[in-house]
Design a protein around this ligand. Structure first.
Ligand code: UTP
Length: 227
């Protein structure tokens, strides 16, 4: 069975917009596709992680501790998703890639979250994809793909249907500098997928048609990042 890693942004999972309804339909979608592909889902932290990080930073707390706050929230989000998946996934998110690979023998869907300070869950997804030899990574995010400019700020932003790994690295900019929000795909993670040549599909995570197609390796609305 093909292995697929889904990097599920916290901004998609729990933005505070009818999240229970979304989670229920997402769980149904993941259950459906999990009979055709082996799924590894890595959850991000979203606005709740940002809240803790920003509040902590205002208190003068160091970056490493702020990253640990972020990790804790990504793990809580993973537990929420795991509970919504009712029996199809491990309850406690995997803490290492080896543990995720092992859990995949017993569960159709493996949930994972943040691991160590200094990076994001996109990076966890990229390294996990390498470890399990995933066929592709699907980045389920809050925008419909990679754009020429930031679509939330620029009405003229154009969706790019296909970009190269090189373009992705150029668009992603520099590495993880501080805890908190980032662009569409973490720059360090972009380098990992480029090195491994793991195809990356960027989709709007709340578009079930795009998400399902991207997971199954079918044409989808979004951006395909390949060589
Ligand atoms: P996210 O993966 O959600 O990162 O982790 P992000 O890019 O800030 O969030 P989105 O995609 O815009 O929603 C949240 C924070 O948790 C810490 C980092 O501080 C990160 O910014 N974190 C996460 C780690 O330090 N290590 C990890 O493995 C994961």
């Amino acid at each position: 069975m093909e292995k697929v890693v889904v990097s599920l942004g916290g901004s998609v999972l729990v933005p505070g917009d009818d999240d229970a309804r979304y989670l229920r339909s997402l769980a149904g979608l993941l259950r459906d596709v999990s009979v055709r592909v082996k799924l590894f889902v890595v959850t991000g932290g979203g606005r709740i992680a940002r809240y803790y990080i920003e509040t902590g930073r205002s208190l003068g707390i160091g970056e490493r501790t702020l990253d640990e706050f972020g990790i804790a929230v990504t793990r809580l989000n993973a537990r929420l998703l795991a509970a919504a998946l009712a029996g199809r996934a491990n309850r406690e998110p995997a803490t290492t890639y080896a543990e995720a690979a092992k859990l995949a023998r017993r569960h159709p869907i493996v949930v994972m979250a943040g691991t160590r300070p200094g990076h994001t869950t996109d990076r966890v997804s990229a390294s996990l994809a390498r470890f399990v030899h995933a066929a592709r990574i699907v980045n389920a995010t809050s925008v419909a793909g990679v754009y020429t400019t930031d679509p939330r700020k620029d009405p003229k932003a154009r969706l790019l249907e296909r970009v190269t790994f090189r373009d992705l690295i150029d668009l992603a900019g520099k590495g993880h500098a501080a805890a908190g929000p980032s662009i569409v795909f973490d720059p360090v993670a972009a380098r990992v997928v480029a090195r491994d040549r793991t195809p990356l599909s960027v989709v709007y995570g709340r578009d079930p048609v795009a998400l399902r197609s991207a997971i199954l390796g079918q044409p989808f609305r979004g951006t395909l990042v390949v060589d």
